[in-house]
Structure formats: C-alpha cells, structure tokens
Design a protein around this ligand. Structure first.
Ligand code: M6R
Length: 590
C-alpha cells in the first residue's frame, strides 16, 4: 500500500533523503509519488505520476531540514498528479501525506466547502490540511488542531503533517502503521523500516490512537484522545541492511525464493517451551480458528491438513476477510490463530478485533517483529524469514507453514520429531535450489510462456498449494492461472482443458498419490500438457520437475519450484515481478 516517509533534524538535505527513502518503499506498490520540503517559511511541493526510481535525489538537496514524502496507490480518485500526495490547504501553509481511507470524507468536504474551502483533487486526503487549517482558527495551535481533526475522521489513517510556521513533524495514527526511526541527527517517520534503515537501526512504534510530535531533537508521544503523554521503548532492528537488499539477484522475488535455502531452518528454530505452551493453548481451546489473507491464508489452509494428519485435531480455517460472521462461534475459551507476513493486513486486524471483543485469545504467527499484529496479539511467534520485499510472498509462506507444522507435531507430543522432519526438509531444499535446478525451471517457463491459461491440481496439503501456485502465477506473470483440488476436475473445470493447455500436478509419495496421478491422466487424455512436480517421475508427465520426498512437509517442498516458475514466466513475458500491477505488498486498507 502507499508509502510514507518524513524526516526532521539537523541535516539540511531532508529532500534528497526523503526521495531516497521513498525509493526503498517502492516494493509496497504505488502509481505516483510526491514530496513537500519546508524551506524558510514556505513549503514547496513536487509530485507526479509514475515511478520514483528515475528521479534524481540530488535535485532535492536544497537547504531543507524538514520534509515529507509519499508513494501513492490510488484508492479515491484516479492516478493523476493532482491526486498524488502531499496535499495542502488553500494557502499552502500545511502539507500532509496520508495512508488509509477517511470514510466520512464526502460529508467533511461538503462542510468545508460551505466554509469557503476549495479543493484541487478527488482524494479523501485533501480534507486533512483543510480541516487542520479550520481548527487552527479555533485553537491557534497546529498540534491541537490535528488532534481535533482526528476526532472528526472516521476510518483508518496514518498521516504526517508539517506547517510553514513550525519546525515540527507531526504524525497521527489510527489503523495504518507508522514507525519512528531514532537517528543521531534527527527523527524519521515511515510506514515501513526500509525507508530509513540506512540511517537508523533504533525504532519506536506509534500505536493506534496516538500522535507523535518531533522537532528533530526531542520527541513527544501522546494519546489522540486524552493528551496524556506516552513513554515508548526503543527497539533495535535485528536484520541487516544486506538482508533487505537484492544482492547478486536481479529481483527481490528471486532472492527471496533462494533465501528459502536457510529461512525454513530459521523458522523451525523456535523456543521449544514456547511451542509447547502454544500447543497447550490449542489443546485447551474450545474451538481454534485460523485466518490470514492471500498467501498467508494458504498457509492456514495447509495447516488444517497438518493438524488433521499429524495431531488429529480439528482447526477451522477462514480467509480473514470472511471471518466477520464467524463471531457466532467465538467464546472466551476460543483461540484465533492469525498468520501474516507484514503483521499489518487490515482484514487480519479486523478478525483480531472480532475475536478480542468476544474475549477469545489471539495467537499471531508473523514475520515482521514489532508490527501491529505482533504487538496486539496475546501470544506471538516470529518466523524469522528476514525482510520480504517482493510483493509476491514466497519465503514467508514456507516459514509460516514450518511453524504451524511444528505446533501440530507438538500437539501430538512429538515436537522433536517435527523439528527433525522440518530440518531435514530444509536441508533437502538447500540442495534442491542449485543453479542447474533453477535453470531447468527457467527452461520449463520458456516452454509455456506464451500460453494464456494454466491449471494446477493438488490433493490434501497440495490442494492449498495448488491455490497458492495460482496466486503466484497470476500476480507476477498475469497469465490466467487456477488451482483446483484434483478430485474436483471432473465436476467442472476439466471442460477448460484444450490441446496443449499446461497443467501442473503437485504430488508427494503419500496415500493420495494414486488419486492425483489419475487426475493427471484425465487431464492428459483431454490434451493437457502435464508438468509433474513430484519426488518420482510418472508416465503421465510431459515434464518432470523433481522434488525431494518430504513426507508431511511435502507442501513446503512442492511450492518452491512453482514460485520459481512464476518468477521466470513474469521475466520472460517482460513483467517486473517485484512490482506487479494493481498490487501492494502490505494491504492496510479493507
Ligand atoms: O502481509 P500478509 O501476509 O498479511 O499479506 C497477506 C496477503 O496480502 C499476501 O499474502 C498477498 O496475497 C501476496 N501478494 C501474495 O503473494
């Protein structure tokens, strides 16, 4: 979703610093950009549509020590320079960048228009500087006017504001994330850490319903409602700058696929006592629910099978966006497990609120430490995948599945056995991801790159992996891809198969192997071009992508060549896999 970055401090190159920081937020997905720099007593705003990567940061190095910037992912109003942030009031004394959606903006805009305010954009954001200006007439003070404005806003927001008459950077949050970087020469405020991690490795988190005001030397956190001052801990970022960079790879997506050589082992390396405690929580819960979105949802769905097969425990999966009406099942003794890479996904946060309102406990399995979900859950486990920057989630999926599988083993009193299975699988994946293997997957992508449809089938835990395969292929290559449970083919989808249609069959050496082979044969009989991803070759396959035999962890192994196939399909079709159209890394709006 949109990226926010601001700086105030002793440095006088705030403009170029903010441009560079925004470039580090490009992975979040955006369609326009903009910056406001405060110099002397005026604000200069520059904004445009398109990519910020070609903008030279040196062009913004004029004497400025307070600046805010934004990468916009259009929600209200089309992709135009006028709709890009920052937005200002009529006299251009107040500038604002904003993430989230102000649900009552139409009413507020009408009220402001009746008081003579004129608007230049179609956005909800533009009302913020106008509201602040209006309340400043009452309060005479910038920060109090911001607080009053926030009281009037409905919906989720995170914004930064600056004023020509003040050297302070002000941020307010209700819903969308904001993180403060504590630097030697000033303070940074961003929607995500990569914006400032070249300058600061100490962070403070702004929580919902809070505001922060800084002049670059001191910083004051307070409640938006009560004015009460809030003390914050400084937390050190544990991952390195290198981990957050592409290194030798052309794209983050490929780097992150290859990171799975060791990220799965890191996910498995959990504190055993903590895993046992969480297994106990599931054992004692009256109803356990699992929710996530997109790829994280597929990890939840796969773990329904892990809990069934490994620990014979019934858990209930629902996409987080569909959880609303499940509240009838929730009681104080219920447990909600939420799964998220970013820890900021709006639908997941809403599911947590629903569970909390019923008194149920929430267990989070997340990648980003300090994220809202990590902080707001009753228990939280980190998968330690390291920063995932490509929009397409890869290593977070296998990390999430590894942790969920570990808990399933612990529930059956076999935590050590679970660790062993997963660590052996991690080591097999390390061997599998060698250059020859990756080249082979690339050659398969080359063979099917011009096809317009692609189908993927799987059974048991390979069924959610078939759905996940479809997401990966759709989002980066824009090829129409669909995943099915193999057994469902004959109930409809098989009608879509034509001569040469590529069909991927995901399988393991398990009790459902023969069923899925039969499904592959059915597809082949209708002309399907069968790509088998399996430990053993089969005569129904036109192409065999070999994977190690991994028993209960087969899903973790099988999805990796599909991630690579999706990546190469995107590249061969001339698409940028790191920045797919219409998508954002972290979906902080509903
Ligand atoms: O950060 P989260 O794991 O909560 O994100 C959930 C989805 O938005 C995410 O997995 C999305 O589906 C990815 N683009 C898939 O690759």
């Amino acid at each position: 979703m949109c990226g926010i970055f601001g700086y105030v401090g002793k440095r006088n190159d705030a403009g170029s610093l903010v441009i560079d920081g925004l470039k580090n937020l490009e992975y979040r997905g955006y369609d326009s950009w903009g910056i406001a720099c405060k110099t002397d007593s005026k604000v200069s705003i520059e904004k445009d549509i398109g990519k910020i990567s070609s903008i030279k940061s040196e062009d913004f190095s004029s004497n400025c020590s307070l600046a805010i910037g934004h990468t916009r992912w259009a929600t209200h109003g089309g992709v135009t320079p006028q709709n890009a942030h920052p937005h200002a009031n009529g006299t251009e004394t107040i500038a604002v960048v904003h993430n989230g959606i102000l649900e009552n903006y139409q009413q507020l805009r009408r009220d402001l228009e009746s008081k003579g305010h004129e608007f230049k954009s179609e956005t909800d954001t533009e009302i913020i500087p106008h509201m602040i200006e209006e309340y400043m007439k009452e309060t005479g003070d910038f920060t109090s006017a911001i607080k009053k404005s926030c009281e009037a806003f409905e919906g989720r927001f995170a914004f930064l504001a600056l004023h020509t008459e003040s050297n302070t950077l002000v941020a307010a949050r209700r819903g969308s994330p904001l993180i403060i970087g504590v630097g030697e020469d000033g303070y940074f405020i961003a929607s995500d850490i990569p914006a400032f991690m070249n300058h600061s490795r100490l962070v403070q988190y702004l929580d919902d319903g809070e505001m922060v005001v800084t002049d670059g030397e001191s910083i004051l956190f307070s409640s938006l409602k009560t004015d009460e001052e809030i003390q914050k801990r400084e937390i050190e970022i544990t991952w390195s700058v290198e981990e957050a960079q592409k290194g030798e790879y052309e794209h983050f997506m490929l780097k992150e696929i290859m990171d799975q050589k060791d990220s799965i082992a890191r996910a498995v390396n959990q504190n055993e006592e903590q895993i046992e405690t969480l297994a106990d929580a599931i054992r004692n819960a009256k109803g356990t629910f699992l929710v996530g979105c997109g790829t994280a949802a597929k990890a939840c769905m796969a773990s329904e099978y892990f809990f069934s097969v490994i620990s014979q425990k019934h858990v209930n999966f629902a996409p987080a966006s569909e959880f609303k009406l499940y509240h009838h099942f929730l009681r104080p003794e219920s447990l909600l497990i939420v799964v998220s890479q970013s820890g900021e996904t709006a639908d997941v946060l809403e599911a947590m609120q629903i569970a909390k309102s019923k008194g149920s406990k929430v267990l989070a399995i997340v990648n980003v430490e300090g994220s809202t979900i990590d902080r707001e859950a009753d228990y939280s486990l980190l998968i330690n995948a390291g920063p995932e920057r490509a929009v397409a989630s890869t290593k977070a999926l296998t990390g999430h599945m590894a942790v969920l599988m570990l808990i399933a083993y612990a529930l059956d009193g076999k935590l050590k056995e679970g660790r062993k299975v997963l660590l052996e699988t991690a080591s097999e994946i390390n061997d599998m991801l060698n250059p020859r293997y990756v080249d082979f997957v690339e050659s398969v992508a080359e063979r099917i790159q011009d096809q317009k449809d692609l189908f993927i089938i799987g059974k048991s835990w390979n069924y959610p992996m078939a759905l996940e395969s479809a997401i990966k292929i759709q989002e980066v290559s824009y090829v129409h891809a669909e995943g099915f449970a193999g057994g469902e083919l004959k109930h409809g989808p098989i009608a879509l198969i034509e001569e040469g249609t590529p069909c991927i069959a995901l399988m393991g050496d398990d009790e459902v192997k023969n069923d899925i082979i039969s499904n592959a044969i059915e597809l082949k009989a209708r002309g399907g071009f069968i790509i088998g991803i399996a430990p053993e070759n089969n005569e129904s396959f036109d192409v065999w992508i070999k994977v190690p035999e991994a028993g209960t962890a087969q899903a973790l192994v099988n999805i990796i060549p599909v991630q690579a196939l999706a990546y190469f399909l995107a590249v061969k079709r001339g698409k940028d896999p790191d920045m797919p159209r219409n998508l954002a890394k972290s979906v902080t709006v509903k």
